[in-house]
Design a binder for this molecule. Sequence first.
Ligand SMILES: Nc1nc2c(c(=O)[nH]1)N[C@@H](CN(C=O)c1ccc(C(=O)N[C@@H](CCC(=O)O)C(=O)O)cc1)CN2
Length: 289
Amino acid sequence: MAAPAARVIDGKAVAQRLRARVAERVAALPFRPGLRVVRVGDDPASGVYVRNKDRAALAAGFDSETVLLPADVRETALLYLIGELNADPAVDGILVQLPLPPQIRQEAVVDAIDPAKDVDGFHPVNAGLLATRQPSLVPCTPKGVMHLLREAGVPLAGARAVVLGRSQIVGRPLLQLLLDADCTVTVAHSRTRDLPAECRRADVLVAAVGRPEMVRGDWVAPGAAVIDVGINRLPDGRLAGDVAFAEVAGHAGAITPVPGGVGPMTIACLLENTLDAALRRRGEANGGG
Ligand SMILES: Nc1nc2c(c(=O)[nH]1)N[C@@H](CN(C=O)c1ccc(C(=O)N[C@@H](CCC(=O)O)C(=O)O)cc1)CN2
């Protein structure tokens, strides 16, 4: 008997709908929310992502600009720029594209951004607000994962969720978001004793480890929802997720592809965060959203 095929969750379509909703809300505003994306150096992948963010923001009606800095820029110069953007009333959202060159401390840069304009949601103030269940700017990729799970109708209350990966940007915020959705959450990582066994317990499995095709078919319980956050460029140029898609699709109930799964949601959620930041900063009276 052929293995059952999982439902493929179309992240591109979900992201497109979210972007259209954001654009509608922006069109109804008496001002254009301002986004500034800072790119340091010439990492080609960052170049693609930054261009895509700028295009998406302009298409949604934002006032968007990208600031390019050379790879050898000093940390103090980047911090000075962030200070200027923090003080600029036309700027609602600031994002510094990662990764940064080695002479720049990522933590110092993230800490310098005004938390009210931190549309990446990486600032410790936003992390703390999320951890204490207060309104905050939530990191875009985990926010996108939750959006996909909800759009796909995956039951969350009481579900066992396993998050593979404990990064500041994905794993840790996801722990909070899944907990807030009433899941029972396990965060597994490189020191977890039996990763396949932990994964097999999951009704909802989110892979965010950055290791191509690490999650195999027999790591997944029949019918589980599998969300693949990994975007790994293979030596032959192909993209691979953290999940061995063809194998896992034979076990899972629903699965996200790479590309076309979580990635497009990251940009859609950035637009939503920028709109939220603008409405909060400028007051609901101006927002009407
Ligand atoms: N400041 C930030 N830096 C980085 C973030 C972030 O959220 N904030 N995340 C990643 C890169 N990233 C957004 O910045 C991002 C990565 C991938 C995609 C995406 O849509 N991927 C496509 C495939 C694209 C390809 O062919 O390469 C997909 O999955 O379908 C969007 C955004 C690191 N840096």
